[in-house]
Design a protein around this ligand. Structure first.
Ligand code: NAP
Length: 332
């Protein structure tokens, strides 16, 4: 009974409590951000284009204000530009759509991020669908979601992409693993499940998705080799819901009197899991790093598409004289 709470993986210390390896998202995010900064510098040197993220913030939600500020700071640190478009809480869907249209048409803007949630009066789907898919760095446009589902993504959504990178770069076996995702949001749970079930590197898992109507949730959670928890309920996942030796990824960010806490009861779960992410310092910083990656990717895609367009124009110009010359070739 007592032993079940103790590490059995270490044959030399069978009675030492199992303390999970902490997956340090903050340190990994710094490493990835440095990689992106190098890649951005090379792109800027080669193209004279500075990747730029436009962040759109509607209203005065303090958490959203902090997220947007952090995203902008991260852009600047990576040598990229950022602009903030702050709109009042009473903004209408039409006003927001007009701003998105302007940003779509602005060649200096490569990525557009509309910070969610939006005030109730705004039709969120309409706004997300209005973003140019080539500038959709949150990967929420239906075209980009469709591409993810088909396994040929243009952008991967930032939080699931950060989680996938954390697993890969910590050599956590994904292929063949039983993954349980708690939560089915458009931004985390749903794309996460799809990404991990795709064929190929970072995928090939057997994925189960749970939500508020799931029966026998603790039982299903205990089948997981990898548990990804994104439900927004402080310390919801308790130690009895975790298979010994599992990897536990805590996406939750809950503001409580005791400060920021995740969806996982970290103190108890770390004695059962083999790997666990902390909150803060886990998935949050990786989400921002992936936003930078997507912004750079967006700038590259737009440079390519511009190059292609001007290439097409040039070849059209080149072919014109031939076409007109042909007019003078008499039929034979
Ligand atoms: P969300 O839109 O808030 O939806 C919550 C999901 O959890 C829903 O699918 C809901 O099920 C499910 N759920 C709620 N209560 C449940 C319960 N008792 N048992 C099982 N499932 C339950 O989700 P989200 O936007 O993904 O956010 C989740 C958490 O992650 C929040 O704390 C958020 O702040 C955090 N987050 C963090 C990051 C980051 O960078 N670290 C990024 C995004 C979100 P139904 O669908 O049935 O309602």
């Amino acid at each position: 009974m007592l032993l079940s709470k103790f590490r059995t993986l270490n044959p030399l210390s069978p009675i030492l409590p199992m303390t999970a390896v902490i997956l340090d998202g903050k340190a990994l995010a710094e490493k990835i951000r440095a990689e992106i900064a190098d890649e951005a510098a090379a792109f800027i040197a080669a193209s004279a284009v500075v990747p730029c993220l436009a962040a759109v913030l509607v209203g005065e939600n303090p958490a959203s204000q902090t997220y947007v500020r952090n995203k902008q700071k991260a852009c600047e640190k990576a040598g990229m530009a950022s602009v903030l478009k702050a709109l009042k809480t009473e903004t209408t869907t039409a006003e927001l759509l007009a701003l998105v249209e302007r940003l779509n048409g602005d060649p200096k803007v490569h990525g557009i991020l509309v910070q969610l949630p939006l005030p109730k009066q705004i039709n969120e789907y309409q706004v997300l669908e209005a973003i140019d898919p080539l500038k959709d760095v949150d990967a929420l446009h239906p075209e980009n979601v469709g591409r993810i589902v088909q396994g040929r993504p243009r952008f991967l959504p930032c939080t699931p992409q950060g989680i996938q990178q954390l697993l890969i770069r910590n050599n956590i076996q994904i292929a063949g693993a039983n993954v349980v995702v708690l939560g089915r949001s458009e931004i985390v749970g749903k794309p996460m499940a799809i990404m991990l079930m795709q064929r190929g590197p970072g995928g090939d898992a057997t994925v189960t998705v749970c939500h508020s109507r799931t029966k026998n949730l603790p039982e299903i959670c205990r089948t997981a080799d990898i548990l990804i928890v994104a439900i927004g309920k402080a310390k919801f996942l308790t130690a009895d819901m975790v298979k010994p030796g599992a990897t536990v990824i805590d996406v939750g960010i809950n503001r409580t009197d005791a400060g920021l806490v995740g969806d996982v009861d970290f103190q108890a779960v770390k004695d059962v899991a083999a790997h666990i992410t902390p909150v803060p310092g886990g998935i949050g910083p990786l989400t921002i790093a992936m936003l930078l990656k997507n912004t750079l990717q967006a700038a590259k895609l737009q440079a390519q598409s511009q190059g292609k367009k001007s290439g097409d124009q040039q070849s059209a110009v080149k072919t014109q004289p031939q076409a007109s010359a042909r007019k003078h070739i008499p039929y034979t």
